[in-house]
Ligand binder design. Structure first.
Ligand SMILES: NC(=O)c1ccc[n+]([C@@H]2O[C@H](COP(=O)([O-])OP(=O)(O)OC[C@H]3O[C@@H](n4cnc5c(N)ncnc54)[C@H](OP(=O)(O)O)[C@@H]3O)[C@@H](O)[C@H]2O)c1
Length: 466
């Protein structure tokens, strides 16, 4: 009997990129979302613990809350190194797993029912807690929501456990950008505190806002709040709507020379009399934390990035931290702007960990858009066109990232409108294996990545490895 493995992996001991690592942070990766009909597969949990980190037997459990299209047929004894070999399962044999300590994999064996194309839902909850010799980590819980599809046959390769190295990942059909962004902010907060102590000053962000566009004001306010939360020094420069270009130019140059400022953000759009392109080009590329300077866009294309635009960087983090494997996947991006579509394509096609995708970019002149989008394993909509990606344009099981933020009239709301994405969320969520909501998906990540880029700049400017 063939055995296919769907893997939920905990990698509490391994950091990712520039982010601070929580030694007991849980992470989730699903290596395969298609399992053959009428066959047995394992939902497995990997514990990779740092030496000296203990997971307590009584505090680790994996419980199933809902099993649809699948039957739990038993538990699989653990494999790997264990310090003790006393294993127990819950009183009702419902998938409770108990772990003492060590580097181990345990699994619950499932049997898929039905026919090709049926959906399997596995809902559960992982709870864990542990200690090192020095400290006890706060207990963690992780909702587990596996949405699988039964297929006639897999591609033949053993799906194995291609574990993404991630932490604090949310899991489920809905990719919770707010929660992931909060986790990143929490990580950065710890890092900013220790960097501030080391360097003797905190990182600094200079924000320039021209005019009083209400949306821009909201964005600037949110950025200030994030800086306050992280104890990052922030300085706002509010200029009149009709400010002469020369005044703006001088202000940018002052910030370039200001030793307290590590990142400069010029809030766009600018009023029409100002040349956006020329103004962005004045920002010192080494302080261009928005990643919009041509030098930074070019560096990204060459795989030598200094600062990557915040929205694309946030999308990559959303995918990685949700356990979505990018490597080898076909990513279709609808939208070719310089701030989302193009840099995201450049980012995900790089020959690097967390990338290595095959990328297709579509736009308003693309013929048969639906035919293109249906080939996507990961579909990104950045079109500025409300609810345009419909369910029939999405391959079952695809991951859908909705970048769009559009206002549509809604008289049931006090303010007379509501925000929607470029994706018809209600219909597409039933087809996709994972999807970002609007609001609460990509949006919060953009600010988190701005903070991350500012910290990165601070480190580089102070000779600290980013
Ligand atoms: N969440 C965030 O933090 C965040 C950040 C940035 C942007 N956004 C949102 O993301 C969306 C995209 O932003 P952007 O600045 O990249 O937009 P943009 O500059 O207006 O670009 C839109 C792109 O979508 C393409 N497009 C428009 N309608 C299309 C259609 N029906 N079929 C195929 N392609 C179509 C356009 O094609 P052409 O090139 O042929 O015109 C263009 O490439 C906006 O809603 C924006 O508000 C969100």
């Amino acid at each position: 009997m063939a055995l296919f493995i769907v893997c939920i992996a905990l990698a509490p001991a391994i950091g990712f990129g520039q982010f601070v690592h929580n030694p007991i942070g849980a992470s989730v990766a699903v290596s395969e979302t298609r399992v053959p009909a009428n066959s047995t597969f394992d939902v497995s949990v990997d514990f990779e613990l740092d030496a000296g980190v203990h997971l307590y037997k009584d505090r680790i459990s994996l419980k199933w809350e809902k099993l649809e299209g699948v039957e739990h047929v038993g538990n699989v004894f653990p494999t790997g190194r264990m310090i003790r070999d006393e294993w127990g399962f819950g009183p009702d044999d419902s998938g409770m797993i108990e772990v003492y300590e060590g580097s181990v994999r345990v699994a619950a064996r499932m049997r898929s029912a039905g026919k090709e194309g049926d959906r399997i839902t596995i809902l559960g909850k992982l709870s864990f807690a542990g200690c090192s010799d020095e400290i006890c980590y706060p207990p963690g819980t992780l909702p587990i929501e596996l949405n699988l599809i039964t297929a006639a046959a897999l591609t033949g390769r053993d799906t194995g456990c291609e574990t993404a190295i991630l932490r604090n990942t949310s899991m489920g059909t809905i990719i919770d950008g707010k929660r992931i962004a909060e986790a990143i902010i929490a990580e950065l907060k710890t890092e900013v505190a220790s960097l501030t102590e080391k360097v003797g000053r905190s990182p600094g962000l200079g924000v320039i806002l021209v005019g009083d566009d209400p949306a821009s004001k909201v964005y600037v306010r949110n950025k200030r709040r994030a800086c306050d939360e992280l104890n990052i020094f922030s300085e706002e420069h509010i200029l009149q709507d009709d400010v002469p270009e020369e005044t703006l130019r001088k202000r940018i140059e002052e910030l370039n020379d200001d030793g307290r400022i590590d990142g400069i953000l010029l809030q766009l759009p600018l009023p029409p009399h100002l040349d956006e392109d020329a103004m962005v080009s004045l920002i010192d590329p080494a302080k261009d934390v928005d990643g919009f300077h041509k030098l930074n866009l070019g560096r990204l294309l060459c795989g030598k990035e200094l600062f990557v635009a915040c929205t694309p960087l946030g999308i990559q983090q959303l995918l990685l931290r949700s356990g979505v494997e990018i490597e080898g996947k076909h990513v279709v991006i609808v939208g070719r702007s310089n701030i989302v579509g193009k840099p995201l394509a450049a980012l995900l096609m790089q020959k690097k960990t967390g990338a290595n995708a095959t990328v297709t970019v579509c736009h308003s002149r693309t013929r048969n858009l639906g035919e293109m989008t249906r080939t996507a394993d990961i579909l990104v909509a950045a079109m500025r066109s409300p609810q345009t990606i419909t369910a029939d344009m999405v391959k079952p099981g695809a991951v859908v990232i909705d970048v769009g933020i559009n206002r549509i009239p809604d008289q049931s709301r006090k303010r007379g409108y509501r925000l929607v994405g470029d994706v018809d969320f209600d219909a597409v969520k039933d087809v996709a294996s994972k999807i970002t909501p609007v609001p609460g998906g990509v949006g919060p990540m953009t600010i988190a990545m701005l903070m991350s880029n500012t910290v990165r700049s601070f480190k580089m400017r102070n000779g600290i490895e980013p």
